[in-house]
Ligand binder design. Structure first.
Ligand code: 3PY
Ligand code: MG
Length: 252
């Protein structure tokens, strides 16, 4: 097991960032700031297979663990990210235990799963296939997202699926799909997040949360959440750039 997967499962509190700017320079800049991990956003950003490999390499230059949010739970979504050398995957919109089991199967080599063996970057382009095979199943992190009414309803079953390491809550999709938006929707959203967290922790899973702002982290820590993704690179760039221009104009 890598330090990273062990730290996630332990669970240790970890602060990561999404990388949505589809270029290795953005990843390298984020990696150099010392996050616990990075997550390339292959669900919402235009990151193709070749670019993902370059971005993974940029994170690894700074020895920062890097996972990729893939488009879905099937092997064709997951295989490329892992073959490119990602340390794990984050699988969005998992609503049933069957979908969670499919994500496990796509992430692990036989006999646990159905991941295909090949000469990708992760396996030294074919030069280190046996070495990679020997450790991949125990080193690769699988985080799945709970962010739909189905996930909320099925969380007891989903959280007992073996091979799922982290249950990551997407408050944006959860709020939209539950119709729990704005201040009026807050109690319903909080009840859903509390239920997902308590059931998952009781089943021994680590729980993660997307936070638009780092100020949200402490409250979620008190609920038992440990695996955090704090905004994304594009948003942090926009915040810092906007604040710098506004500050400059104070001197006009
Ligand atoms: C959501 O809030 O829906 C997310 O997926 C956050 O990453
Ligand atoms: Mg989402």
């Amino acid at each position: 097991m890598t330090d990273f997967r062990s730290r996630c499962i332990a669970p240790e509190p970890l602060a990561g960032l999404f990388c949505a700017i589809p270029h290795p320079t953005g990843v390298e800049i984020c990696a150099a700031t010392g996050p616990d991990f990075l997550c390339l956003d292959g669900e919402h950003a235009p990151i193709d297979r070749e670019r993902a490999e370059e971005m993974i390499r940029a994170a690894q230059l700074h020895r920062v663990p890097v996972i990729m949010r893939v488009p879905g739970h099937l092997p064709d979504s997951i295989a490329g990210a892992l073959d490119s050398g990602a340390d794990g995957v984050l699988v969005p919109r998992v609503s049933t235990a069957d979908e969670a089991r499919a994500a496990v199967a796509a992430t692990r080599y036989p006999p646990v799963g159905v991941r295909g063996v090949g000469p990708g970057r992760a396996a030294g382009f074919g030069y280190r296939i046996p070495d990679y095979l020997a450790t991949a199943n125990s080193r690769i992190l699988l985080a799945i997202q709970a962010e739909t009414p189905g996930a909320l309803e099925n969380i007891e079953e989903i959280s007992t699926v073996e091979g799922v390491d982290v249950i990551f809550i997407g408050p944006g999709d959860l709020g939209v799909t539950l119709g729990a938006l704005g201040p009026e929707g807050r109690p319903k959203l909080m009840a859903a997040i509390t239920r997902i967290t308590k059931v998952s922790r009781a089943a021994g899973k680590a729980v993660g949360m997307f936070c638009a702002s780092p100020d949200e982290v402490q409250g979620w820590r008190e609920l038992g959440i440990t695996f955090f993704l704090i905004g994304n690179d594009a948003r942090h760039l926009a915040d810092a750039a906007g604040a710098a221009v506004a500050r400059a104009r104070e001197g006009f």
